[in-house]
Write a protein that binds this ligand. Structure first.
Ligand code: G3P
Ligand code: CA
Length: 274
């Protein structure tokens, strides 16, 4: 069964859980340890962010600058050190754990390949923050991961390029603010199989429209239990959280069951009604 349909089927047993930047409430975000802990907890997705280095390698980091989550400022003697200014070797010599706590000193910025391995057996949810569409498609193809990951971005024209380069990859459109008719109408051009929206601005009506369109729906970033239960009540297929273990515990207890109406409304992409 294709990945998108496997995810749709799994969500029938309860809203799925994505570890945001790994288990980032308790571990330095986007490090191999954070990703591994989220996967080991049983998260169905492990989310992380990717950029391309000066020499074209793919690395896992949220910000375009290395300042916040590594010791780049001390090591380079200046601020705003960009990922695109350094080589892979230079980036991997940085400490990506000490900023979070001394127990994590020595953690490295993972490569995409290292992050994919750390996220196993969860489905890696790769968020492109920077870098070229064709290059990411080629990297995932080389790693044999095209049909085992989902790739998402806030940059919808970039998604369109990526979808053209690798149509077999499940793609997700990220967004925030009002999810209006215009944005819903733009979705098919991205090739998206799912929509991933800021939970603070998703309305009941917009969630229903997404479900009627046959897309999977997720919300980010929800750390409060009340928010997780609310997302499930809206029929969300997944929730992205810095606290995957807490969300998974709720799921086990049945709190993340989705309403029957959401399951009945959602249709696989390509079926009648779209
Ligand atoms: O996965 C969605 C979420 O990660 C988007 O926001 O800024 O945390 O990458 P951000
Ligand atoms: Ca992200």
């Amino acid at each position: 069964m294709p990945l998108l349909e496997r995810l749709r089927a799994a969500a029938r047993d309860g809203m799925l859980v994505a570890g945001h930047r790994g288990a980032s409430a308790d571990h330095p975000e986007n490090t191999a340890t954070a990703l591994r802990v989220a996967a080991a907890a049983g998260a169905q997705f492990v989310e992380f962010d990717v950029h391309q280095t000066k020499d074209g390698a793919w690395v896992v980091l949220h910000d375009a600058a290395l300042d916040r989550t590594t010791d780049a400022v001390a090591r380079h003697g200046r601020e705003k050190v960009q990922v695109t200014e350094l080589t892979l070797a230079e980036i991997q010599s940085l400490d990506a754990g000490s900023w979070f706590g001394p127990a994590f000193a020595g953690a490295r910025v993972p490569t995409l390949a290292e992050a994919l391995a750390a996220a196993t057996p969860a489905v890696p949810m790769v968020e492109r923050k920077g870098g070229d569409a064709e290059s990411l498609a080629a990297e995932l193809r080389g790693l044999g991961m095209l049909e085992r990951v989902v790739v998402q971005s806030f940059d919808w024209p970039w998604l369109q390029q990526f979808h053209r380069a690798a149509p077999q990859v499940v793609v997700g459109a990220l967004g925030s603010g009002e999810l209006d008719a215009e944005r819903l109408a733009a979705l098919p051009s991205t090739g998206a199989g799912f929509l991933h929206w800021d939970h603070r601005t998703l309305t009941v009506a917009a969630a229903a429209a997404v479900q009627r369109g046959g897309y999977l729906l997720g919300v980010y970033t929800v750390d409060a239990e009340l928010g997780m239960v609310g997302a499930a009540r809206l029929g969300c297929d997944f929730v992205t959280t810095n606290r995957p273990a807490a969300a998974l515990a709720l799921r086990m207890q049945g709190w993340l069951s989705r309403p029957v109406s959401a399951e009945a409304t959602a249709r696989p992409l390509g079926s009648s009604g779209r």
